[in-house]
Structures are given as C-alpha cells and as structure tokens.
Write a protein that binds this ligand. Structure first.
Ligand code: BG6
Length: 505
C-alpha cells in the first residue's frame, strides 16, 4: 500500500547521534542497519552526524570500514552504495572513556566542533550501546561535564539499552543515578519489543475497534497466555546469560510489555504520558506473591542436549562460559494475577524458553465457554475453545478461533479460524525493528519507551520469583531436552486449573 505523501512522517530536526559502544555488536548488528533503512526512506535529518565513541583512538576510516562491514552483514535491504556512502560520510570517531573523566571534556569539545561543521544545532542523541555496567558511569560523566544540559542550545536525549538493572534494587539505583543528571523526558529506555509493528498494533486492535473492548474483561475472558518460545540456545552469550537467566532476560521487560499492552486501561490520549501512566499502573497491579506462592506458581527448566530440527545442540551447562553446575534457568513459566476491577480472577500465564521445538511469540486470549446446555440433545460432545490470538513472530497477524456448524444433516460443530496476516495487506520491507525507535528518539516521542515507574513495577513483580528460585538452588530446576516443548511441569501449571496451553507445550 502506498502511503499518501501528506501522511508520510516528517524528517526529524538536525541532530548528532553519539554512540557509546560504536565498535560493539549492537552498533554493527542493529543500530547501523536501522540508520541505513531510515536513510533509505529519507527519514534521517537533512543535517545529521554520527559520533562513534571509542575508548582508544581509532581513525575515522577504520571505524567507518568496520561499521560498513556490519551493514553488509546485517542489512535487511540490498545496500545502495550512494546511500551508504552518504551515511558513512557522517561518521566520525571520537575518543572518550568512562574510566578517564577528563576525556568527557574532550568529547564535549569534539562534539561542538562536529556540530559546527555539520550544522546539527546542538541537538544530541546519546546512545548507550554498551555493556550495562557502563550505563551509570557514562550517564554520570555526561551529566557532570554538562553534556546533558538543555539550556536553549539544542535538545539532549539519552538512549539506554536493556537490561535496565538486574533486580528491583539495581533498577532503582540506576534510575536514581540517571535522574540526577537528566529529566525523565530526556530518557529513552529501549525495549526492542516495542519496535515490532505487531506489538505496536495491540493498542490499535484494542482501542481503534468498537468490538473488542466491551468484552475485554473478567466477564468474558477466561485467561490470557503470553508465549515467547525460542529455538536458539544461549550461543556465544554464556557469561551474560549465566548470570541472568530466562526470567530476568525476558520477563520484566519483553513479556511485561506485552502484558501491559494487553491489560492496561484505555489511556485518555494517545500520547507518551497517558500511555505510559496506564502501562505503569497495570504493572503495579500485578499481585505480589509470597516466595511460597511464587514457587507454586512457577516452573523453571534448563535445557539438556538435544536436536532442534537437523541441528544438534549441546546441553546448556556445556556451553561456553557457562558453569558446569549452573542452576540458571533457560525456561520460565509463571502464573500471575492482576489485582484490579477488570482482571480480578483472570490468570495470566507467561512462558519463555530457549532451545525449544519451534519459535513462537504470541498472545492468546481465551474467552469463556458458551453454555453447553442447548447442545446436550445433539451429537455435539464438546465446544472448541474461543481464542483471539495475536501473532507477534514468526506469524505476524491476528486469528480468531470460533465454533462453526459442519455442513451436513446433523448438528456437528467444529472449531475454525479466521485469520488476518500482515503480509496479505501491507507490503512492509524487512527491517531491524530499531527504525521506529531511533526515529522516535530523534523526533522526541517517548511513547514507545519505558518510564522509570514501569521498569520498577516490572522488577517488583518478578522479585518473589527471583528470591524463591535463588533460595531453591537446583531444587525444582527441571531439565528438558533441547528441541522439546520444555518441561512437562509447565503443562501441569495450567492443567491443575483445568486449562491448557494453546497448541500444546
Ligand atoms: C533479547 C534477549 O532481549 O531478546 C535474548 O536478551 C532473546 O535472549 C531476544 O533471544 C528475543 O528477541 P526476539 O525479538 O527474537 O523475540
């Protein structure tokens, strides 16, 4: 579908993107390919520069070549030489190191020089694409050297990557550190799930249609499932993952973003303040569990050796940089409740795991069963379940499952599915998912970014699980074969409530 010119998004104001961690994986794999896609769509500012921050001196050409190599490997579109050349012509290497505070004064001087030559009017977007341990020190130094001060000399924004803390206390400490040097409106806490079109569409599905919202509550919904199954193992991320685990890596951020969008109250306006307030509120309403309840309402597993399709995968404990007696979970399933008027009594079942049989990210909303009584005098034995399924990945779309009469002389009923697939309606170019997020940072819209209260509410809700699992150690950690559906106990978590995961698992 061609978007009319009048509805095309505007180009952002001139700005300089300052990337800390410019030689790192994230810059190469996602940030630069996303910038390229924005350039291809004419959505970068007409005056733009990229300052790639490196810790030891690096020639401009060396940094450009390395990023170009990243683009060649990870581009989602064929690379057009002219566009790439223009983009990489904007890249300058700048040296600064958080271990050497005076280097930030040098950084400030370099940025001013760059801004003079590129005409970016002092608008700066600092992107912390670094290991998490560097978030606080870099922000502090940016603050202390005056680089985040907005005094009529352009705007200053700070993008912070995930993971935002490792528990409630560390997330609070990080928020407090950053909020000492920047105001909330300057801070963009990224969760890449919010860059997915299918995730952004949840609010539109709920609030731009008259038919869903009236039944979107405990009177009609039996329960909600949020499923993020992955086929990949831990790969080369052993040392990060072994101190993190499936719960911290996925739940308080990605799965809770999905939960918040499905469960939040309608915001009064489609703006960052209203949407983030409602999201924060619903996350704060997740029922606090005692450690005992957390143990009974959760399942954790760790993959052992197995096969995913044709590929053999070693056991998690045999992965590089993972302790051979690791008790880190690679699979987590939780049952949560939301303590508010809309959701009282409606369980939310969440699960995520690595090295599973199939990749599937979806939200399944199961509606209450219709009364069976009128069919008791017919051959119908049972009614299939009504689900609304929001497919995030790899199936991008929405499906509604309902009952239909099977054609024929007798009353026989079967479940059928009505589906919408994005690819049938819209021609979207493959993208990294970071394009909208970067564009929004440049235009100053933080609707798709997490606010401090939302982040802390998410950690607060998972804290009992973190504590209970830490106490339990290896007890209750269930092995599952790579390539399987995960621990059978996750099935029991629902079966004991008379329910089951949609499509097994
Ligand atoms: C990342 C996690 O944030 O999200 C990874 O650190 C995980 O472990 C990834 O694989 C999943 O993202 P997606 O978009 O593939 O579902």
């Amino acid at each position: 579908m061609i978007v009319p010119v009048s509805r095309r998004p505007a180009r952002p104001e001139p700005c300089c993107l300052v990337i800390f961690g410019a030689t790192g994986d994230l810059a190469h794999r996602l940030i630069v390919p996303a910038l390229y896609n924005l350039a291809e769509q004419n959505l970068l500012p007409d005056r733009f520069c990229v300052a790639g921050v490196v810790r030891t001196d690096m020639a401009n050409d060396a940094l450009r070549d390395s990023l170009l190599e990243g683009l060649r490997r990870f581009a989602t579109l064929p690379v057009d030489q002219a566009i790439a050349q223009k983009l990489f012509g904007c890249v300058t290497s700048v040296t600064a190191d958080a271990a050497d505070p005076p280097s930030f004064d040098h950084l400030g001087a370099e940025l001013e020089r760059l801004e003079q030559s590129s005409g970016t009017r002092g608008n700066r977007l600092f992107y912390l694409a670094t290991p998490p341990a560097a978030f606080a020190p870099i922000s502090r130094l940016l603050g202390h050297s005056g680089l985040l001060r907005e005094t009529g000399n352009g705007w200053r924004r700070l993008i912070i990557e995930k993971p935002f803390g490792t528990d409630l206390a560390s997330a609070r400490a990080l928020n407090s550190d950053i909020l000492k040097v920047a105001t909330e409106h300057q801070i963009y806490r990224i969760d890449h799930y919010l860059g997915k079109e299918t995730v952004q569409n949840i609010l539109v599905l709920r609030f731009a249609n008259g038919m869903f919202e009236p039944i979107w509550n405990r009177n009609h919904i039996d329960h909600v499932q949020i499923i993020v199954d992955e086929t990949l193992g831990v790969g080369h991320r052993g040392s990060f993952y072994d101190s993190t685990g499936a719960l911290r890596d996925m739940v308080p951020n990605h799965l809770f973003q999905l939960l918040a969008l499905v469960a939040m109250e309608p915001p009064s306006r489609f703006d960052a303040h209203s949407v983030r307030t409602e999201k924060g509120d619903v996350l704060s309403a997740i029922q606090a569990q005692s450690e005992e309840e957390a143990l009974s309402n959760s399942v954790r597993g760790q993959y052992s050796a197995g096969r995913i399709g044709d590929t053999a995968l070693a056991a998690y404990r045999d992965s590089a940089n993972v302790a051979t007696d690791s008790t880190t979970e690679t699979y987590a399933a939780l049952k949560l409740a939301i303590d508010n008027w809309r959701w009282a009594g409606v369980p939310f079942y969440l699960r995520t795991g690595k090295a599973l049989k199939a990749k599937r990210t979806e939200i399944a909303i199961k509606f209450k069963q219709a009364p069976f009584a009128m069919f008791s005098c017919t051959p119908v034995e049972r009614l299939a379940q009504n689900y609304l399924v929001i497919g995030i990945e790899p199936t991008e779309g929405i499906a509604l499952q309902f009952n239909t009469k099977v054609p024929g002389p007798s009353v026989t009923i079967d479940g059928v599915e009505m589906t919408f697939r994005y690819k049938d309606y819209f021609k979207a170019e493959p993208a990294t998912g970071y394009e909208t997020l970067l564009y929004d940072c440049m235009i100053g819209d933080n609707i798709l970014f997490q606010r401090a209260d939302g982040v802390e509410a998410g950690w607060r809700a998972v804290e009992p699980f973190i504590q209970a699992w830490r106490q339990a150690g290896s007890q209750g950690l269930i092995p599952y074969a790579a390539g399987s559906d995960g621990p059978a106990a996750a099935r029991v978590l629902l079966e004991r409530d008379g329910r089951s995961w949609r499509n097994g698992g």
